[in-house]
Ligand binder design. Structure first.
Ligand code: SF4
Length: 232
């Protein structure tokens, strides 16, 4: 099946069927998952590790995450024996702030570029399949998301970007979490619905827009899901 056929055929399949179709018969999966340890990522990781127990779990360690996020990441890594890949930016926070000041206040796009996008671009190079926890419902910027997309990285390399939960609702995510007894980031209990770096994450004013608490509403995407070119 060519990439284009696969994109269309798998769109109607459930999350597990998408995973099985893409991973079946591959001794070396060539797969990774980007994981910020939000609920959607944990669901995809739960499904994925049943099939590829040592799947590389790419965590973009900006240095600005909540302490609870680091604690949860470390606990899940230990309990699930995850193959965690802690993806670091080239500069430490101290180096970046002494050179550019507090970028997340004045130039969040540059801060995200340095601390998330560029490190991720480099980290994705070895892989053929990139799993994500993206859902269409999360944001207007994600409403056209397909479960399987072919993307080209700035280097020219192409890979499949796979979002098995693309058509899931928020309620389905939590139903799955409850059904499987999965623990979650404690910030959800305080009213956060989308959780990233602490300085750029607030409780959303608009419950209908779960990402409205990110970047004080100045932007909706950090750039890690917009830097690559969708080719199919
Ligand atoms: S989310 Fe905020 S702190 Fe994190 S990398 Fe982007 S601008 Fe910087």
């Amino acid at each position: 099946m060519c990439a284009l056929e696969r994109t269309h055929v798998l769109e109607g399949h459930g999350a597990e069927a998408v995973l099985d179709a893409l991973l079946a018969g591959r001794a070396e999966s060539g797969a990774c998952i980007t994981c910020s340890f939000q609920a959607e990522d944990v669901v995809v990781l739960h499904l994925l590790r049943e099939r590829v127990p040592d799947v590389p779990v790419l965590f973009l360690d900006t240095g600005y995450h909540f302490a609870e996020t680091y604690e949860y990441r470390d606990r899940m890594t230990r309990v699930w024996s995850l193959n965690l890949v802690n993806v670091l930016p080239e500069k430490t926070i101290e180096q970046q702030e002494s050179e550019f000041g507090i970028l997340y206040r004045e130039q969040p796009t540059k801060c995200c570029q340095l601390r998330k996008v560029e490190p991720l671009m480099r980290s994705l190079e070895p892989f053929d399949i990139w799993f994500t926890g993206l859902r269409r419902e999360q944001s207007p910027t994600r409403k056209n998301l397909k479960k399987v997309e072919q993307h080209r990285l700035p280097s020219g390399k192409t890979l499949l970007k796979v979002s098995p939960l693309a058509d899931w609702t928020w309620a389905q995510v939590w139903e799955y979490m409850g059904k499987h007894g999965l623990t979650y980031l404690p910030q959800y209990d305080r009213g956060y619905s989308s959780i990233g770096c602490e300085p750029c994450t607030a409780i959303p004013d608009d419950p209908a827009n779960p990402r409205s608490g990110r970047w004080s509403g100045k932007k909706l995407e950090c750039g890690i899901h917009t830097f690559s070119e969708k080719t199919e």
